[in-house]
Design a protein around this ligand. Sequence first.
Ligand code: KDG
Length: 315
Amino acid sequence: MAVITFGESMVLMDPERSGRLENVSRFEKRIAGAESNVSIALSRLGHRVSWISRLGKDPFGLGIYRGLRGEGVDVSGVIFDETRPTGLYFKERKAHGATGVYYYRAGSAASALTTADLNGETWQGAQILFVTGITPALSESCREAVFAAVDTARQQGMTVVFDPNYRGKLWGGKEARSVMRQIAAKADVVLPGVGEGVLMTGSEEPAAIAFALRSLGAKQVVVKLGPEGAWYATSEDEGKVQGFSVQQVDEVGAGDAFAAGYLSGMLDGLTVAESVKRACAMGALAVTGTGDYENLPDREELERFISGASEETRR
Ligand code: KDG
């Protein structure tokens, strides 16, 4: 496998229309989860990726398992939990365009994930470990698993990529800040949004956030700026990459698509700036449709999108 990742996936109940959730009665059942979104995005781009998790032994867990397998993601490390359910969450599409989320995931199968479930000893040959700041917020055993996985990956010479993915509904800012800083210090690449950067470093400017995270130990930092693009910093180079302009439908999943674009660039040996451009293109495509990953491209579509957008800029 090129990439190993693990975390919780849930059934997403996606409202058929916008408006307050108490007045919405029809939902479409989908699959959601930051790490599985990244896995699907990578698989569609032709990379080999393994997603590890615990799912409830229920129809929702089975649906997620089959959905990911159908997308070409390796799910051989997934464990079905006989006693705990698959997590669930509802989206609310607010009239003014923002998206609200309501979780039903406390005590879920994935929250019982342990270090032993990851089988880190089988990762030899993999290039990248991708972890998010959602997993350490789920439970003590999940938090331990993240730190153990990062240590194992480092020992095996893998590149550790960390997306802080702060979820205020799962834990408080103070605790999150401390844990995320510890993970960032051990990561090779950190991919925060500006808000997460502020939380983790206290700095507000992208360049200052990147500098602070690099001072902690991260080698590359890419600060996501939404439609504006992203700011990147490494020991050799720093700069801004312009984003792509699209009609936004649903912003959820954009960060995961961005991460996948960046990982894909790394795996293909692109420069940091080129990888950031690919990441921005993936993020832009993700927001053009509803669902976390449904709108994500295959490689040909992605290349067409990037070159089409550059054509337009030149005209
Ligand atoms: O990035 C999108 C994810 O946040 C969403 O799919 C659900 O993983 C999720 C979470 O925990 O918020």
